[in-house]
Design a protein around this ligand. Structure first.
Ligand code: MN
Length: 477
């Protein structure tokens, strides 16, 4: 159980200046929720306290932690937004207000209301992503304590979590939250499946751990001998991740990253040095090497992945990254939180705009679709859907929603030539503009200056809002 001292100590670790402010917010919230209890029988304050603690683990700024502590006060007590602004500051008041506005989402209410609320949550990112991060922490703690709710509520909340909060946490790169939310949801949605996989996973883990330990010590020694600062951990795939692979038709024994070795070093140069060391002792499989340092995922995930023959010819995935990259892999966007105090919001919004591909697509979709239901459908199709990854002629990896065609590709990659595209060579084979892209396709666009520009039927052949919008513009609509 988390206590208030745990919270204060956690914050002291990275932000001792704001501990007093957080203490004040804690006392304030405790007072307001006095006499209220959760279904578990605990005093209500345990919920905001846990939410604040999850945020502190992500090294959130003081305002965000305070807002986490106060997030249910506007709804459940007599206090107003103005009171919070007066007793704390305007920032905290806006954050609490933002979270409160999102919290009325509820599947049992009218459909339209749902779409409107879902839209509010999703577009909230464009104003202040910290609101969504507080909401994610709130949802995570509610999911952790879901056992006290009715079976109906458990299923309803789990479904909503999978549909909205999991994709949102993926988009901002908060993998640690994403994988816990996935597992908690699966546990309530498909309890038998969950238990079965957990069982099998445990057995396989027990079988593999000695082999991974052996590798760990060997690699650790080699890195220490060469004075490379390092930390190595065994990382296990979450239950939902395994469930997904199994439902795609894979066998459990074929999932090579069920257990992986995570090697963290101090700097990028040493990642490649470590890669050399690993390959020197353990033979790699060529097709299983990925360089996400040169080609980060669109949610900023960076790492080297290589699958090697470990002891007893067991295949083992190793992930090599810097400590900094590991922080980004766990918390995503929020890894930047610490860098400059008081500027968290502006910096994060700026990062979202410049570095996260989904962000501009979201703004695009929001501007195109007036109708809430259509907006939600498009976001699910385009941002929350599975992705395909293709290569440009320069070897750059481009991420697109599954179902994207060459038309979507060209408007994303090079708008200047898009209107004159007449086809492309994909893996050296000539294909038409409505070719649907597949993973690992190599794309070389063919243009013709004399082409008459995008035809109107391109709109139906395009999958993304960005492409559709540009085509409409060219056709004078
Ligand atoms: Mn709450």
């Amino acid at each position: 159980m988390i206590t208030k001292e745990d919270l204060f100590n956690k914050i002291k670790e990275y932000n001792s200046e704001e501990v007093e402010l957080v203490k004040k917010a804690y006392e304030y919230a405790e007072n307001l929720h006095n006499g209220q209890y959760r279904q578990s029988g605990e005093p209500y304050i345990s919920h905001p306290l846990n939410v604040a603690y999850i945020l502190a683990e992500m090294h959130a700024d003081g305002d965000t932690i305070c807002a986490g502590l106060l997030h249910d006060t506007l709804e459940d007590t007599n206090i107003t937004k103005e009171d919070i602004a007066h007793d704390f500051n305007q920032n905290i008041a806006s954050l609490v207000d933002g979270v409160t506005k999102l919290s009325k989402m509820n599947f049992s209410s009218k459909q339209d209301q749902n779409y409107a609320n879902t839209r509010k949550i999703i577009t909230g990112i464009t104003e202040d992503v910290r609101i969504i991060i507080i909401k994610l922490a709130d949802r995570l703690h509610n999911m952790r304590t879901l056992e006290y709710k009715s079976e109906f509520k458990q299923k309803e909340n789990s479904l909503e979590t999978m549909e909205i909060f999991v994709p949102l946490s993926y988009l901002i790169g908060a993998y640690r939250i994403k994988s816990e939310l996935e597992d908690l949801s699966l546990r309530y949605l498909k309890p038998d499946v969950y238990m079965r996989i957990q069982d099998k996973k445990e057995k396989l883990e027990n079988e593999c751990i000695p082999c991974l330990q052996e590798m760990l010590y060997k690699i650790e020694k080699l890195l220490n001998d060469r004075n490379v600062p390092n930390e190595i951990k065994v990382r296990t795939k979450n239950i939902y991740g395994i469930y997904k692979r199994l439902s795609e038709g894979h066998k459990l024994s074929d999932i090579h990253d069920l257990l992986a070795l995570k090697i963290m070093v101090d700097e990028v140069d040493n990642c490649y040095k470590t890669l050399g060391i690993v390959h020197d002792v353990y033979h790699p499989i060529n097709e299983r090497f990925k360089d996400y340092i040169c080609n980060p995922k669109t949610n900023m995930y960076s790492s080297l992945h290589t699958t090697v023959f470990g002891p007893n010819d067991r295949l083992v995935q190793t992930q090599i990254r810097t400590f900094e990259m590991d922080k980004i892999a766990s918390f995503g966007l929020t890894a930047y939180w610490e860098s400059e105090k008081g500027k968290a919001r502006d910096l994060m919004q700026q990062d979202l705009k410049n570095k996260f591909q989904f962000f501009n697509s979201l703004i695009e979709i929001n501007s195109i679709f007036g109708d809430n239901q259509e907006f939600v459908r498009q976001v699910k199709n385009e941002l929350f859907s599975d992705k395909v990854y293709v290569y440009t002629t320069k070897g750059k990896i481009i991420e697109l929603p599954k179902g994207s065609t060459l038309i979507d590709y060209v408007y994303l990659v090079d708008k200047k030539v898009a209107d004159t595209m007449v086809g492309a060579f994909v893996n050296d084979i000539l294909v038409p503009v409505d070719y649907v892209l597949k993973n690992k396709d190599r794309v070389k666009v063919i243009t013709d200056e004399l082409s008459f520009g995008p035809k109107e039927d391109w709109i139906d052949k395009a999958h993304t809002s960005l492409a559709k919008k540009m085509i409409k513009k060219m056709n004078g609509d």
